[in-house]
Design a protein around this ligand. Structure first.
Ligand code: ARG
Length: 459
């Protein structure tokens, strides 16, 4: 097969060499974007009189046919033709005749591929923003049902203070809100047109870059042709936002895994999001959460991979940059999949509120209440902390919890203790009373849920 750039060559590469250099196995993902970009380019070429209207009509007609074939999965690609751009151009010439060769006037694959990727990422990022929204809706929904479900809150994975389960879930809502913002804001930088930058230096043809950018729905054009074809920071930004999102999802995965263990028993994942063991009949494994935690590694890897690919590259295009695609596609697939799985897991999981509540009764996570109680009565907090610490020690020695101690034991520690401490020690009361802004008190959690709903409704 004749190479589209074969003019100055006297010898062709062996097939395995072609295969090594080709990107068609993965960049066929860009087929629709490539056709869309070409449509805008050809419209611009005829508008500026670079090609005739008749020629443009023939090319457009060919592109339209290609689009239909692509939609019906009727195109097969050849490694000999390297990538999606050359494969499509070759098809076009078959369909439209030699005039197809005019499509590439005033264009290079360098600005073409950059354009394709901007179009692709714009579409995907919009979808990702929607998927984050859907997961947030599920979080709000579960939170709404669990405002008064109390559980132990942890620091250092040691029981710290009791909290509302809804409050815990809502923490992730706000993380996702920032993730969503990061993606949405990045659209400003993705939505720029590199088309018309040519190979690196612009072109001698009287092109109209604004016009093709407009047709493609871009908000503006890259100001510098070298920058337009050689930077991939829009992909790096996407991979960074994705890495942060995955870090959040991975932490929630870890919690789901812990919570669904025999040791915690705080939640049970629905059968539809769990798997069994081929040998141990009793097993129900949180595979999906584990996989999301694991897949976080590949997204970080994709970010590090591309950063490393780009770091030593002189301007402008270098073939190294073909390595920008697989990590991007893989990340899109990974994060969209993870977000969908999470929405489903949250919607269907069973919250074992009795277990959670039971856990708050069998620990010292109410110790702060007691210290607050004394400082409320005028004892400096440091001193109160010491008194309560000693009481905890007494309990540890006796093998009981604070609520099990008789009042005279408290009185011995400090005479300000009264009968009402038992009410204060109740974890439910402890949660309820944490009514400071952004705290876990039921009133605050309800306020937060309402706020969150408004946030989503605004979008
Ligand atoms: N397949 C190439 C890539 O993805 C397209 C650009 C090729 N440009 C070039 N000058 N060889 O990067």
């Amino acid at each position: 097969m004749k190479k589209l750039w074969g003019g100055r060559f006297t010898k062709s590469a062996e097939e395995w060499v072609d295969e090594f250099g080709a990107s068609i196995s993965f960049d066929q993902e860009l087929v629709m974007e490539d056709i869309e970009g070409s449509m805008a380019h050809v419209a611009m070429l005829s508008k500026t009189g670079i090609i005739t209207e008749d020629e443009a009509a023939k090319i457009k007609n060919g592109l339209q046919q290609l689009k239909e074939k692509a939609a019906n999965d009727e195109l097969s690609y050849s490694v000999k033709l390297e990538d999606i751009h050359l494969n499509l151009e070759s098809y076009l010439t078959e369909l439209a005749g030699p005039v197809g060769g005019k499509l590439h006037t005033a264009r290079s694959r360098n600005d073409q591929v950059a354009t394709d990727m901007h179009l692709y990422l714009r579409k995907q990022v919009k979808l990702i923003v929607e998927l984050i929204n859907e997961m947030q809706e599920e979080l709000i929904e579960q939170a709404g049902k669990n405002v008064e479900t109390i559980m132990p809150g942890y620091t250092h994975l040691q029981r710290a203070q009791p909290i509302s389960f809804a409050h815990h879930l809502m923490a992730y809502f706000w993380m996702l809100e920032r993730d969503k913002e990061r993606f949405a804001e990045s659209l400003k930088r993705i939505n720029l047109s590199p088309l018309g930058a040519g190979a690196l230096a612009g072109t001698t043809f009287p092109i109209d870059r604004e016009y093709s950018a407009d047709l493609l729905g871009f908000e503006g054009i890259y100001e510098n042709s070298l920058d337009a074809v050689s930077d991939r920071d829009f992909i790096l930004e996407f991979l960074s936002s994705s890495s942060i999102l995955m870090m959040h999802l991975s932490r929630l995965s870890e919690e789901f895994i812990l919570w669904s263990s025999q040791e915690f028993q705080f939640i049970e994942l629905d059968d539809s999001f769990a798997t069994g063991s081929s040998i141990m009949p009793q097993k129900k494994n949180p595979d999906m959460a584990e996989l999301i935690r694991g897949k976080t590694g590949r997204v970080y890897g994709n970010l590090m991979g591309l950063l490393t690919v780009l770091k030593g590259l002189p301007l402008a295009y270098n073939k190294d940059m073909q390595e920008d695609k697989e990590g991007m596609f893989d990340t899109v697939k990974t994060i969209t999949g993870s977000l969908k799985i999470f929405a489903g897991m949250i919607r269907t999981m069973k919250v074992k509120n009795e277990q959670m509540e039971k856990a708050t009764k069998n620990d010292f996570s109410n110790a702060t209440e007691l210290a607050d109680y004394l400082s409320d009565k005028g004892i400096p907090f440091r001193e109160a902390h010491e008194v309560v610490g000693k009481l905890v020690l007494t309990c540890v020695e006796k093998g009981c919890f604070l609520g099990d101690l008789p009042l005279d034991e408290f009185k011995k520690a400090n005479t300000l203790f009264e009968e009402d401490i038992y009410e204060v020690l109740d974890p439910y009361t402890a949660v309820k009373r944490r009514n400071s802004a952004g705290g876990t008190g039921f009133k605050q959690v309800n306020i937060a849920i309402e706020k969150a709903k408004k946030f989503l409704a605004k979008k």
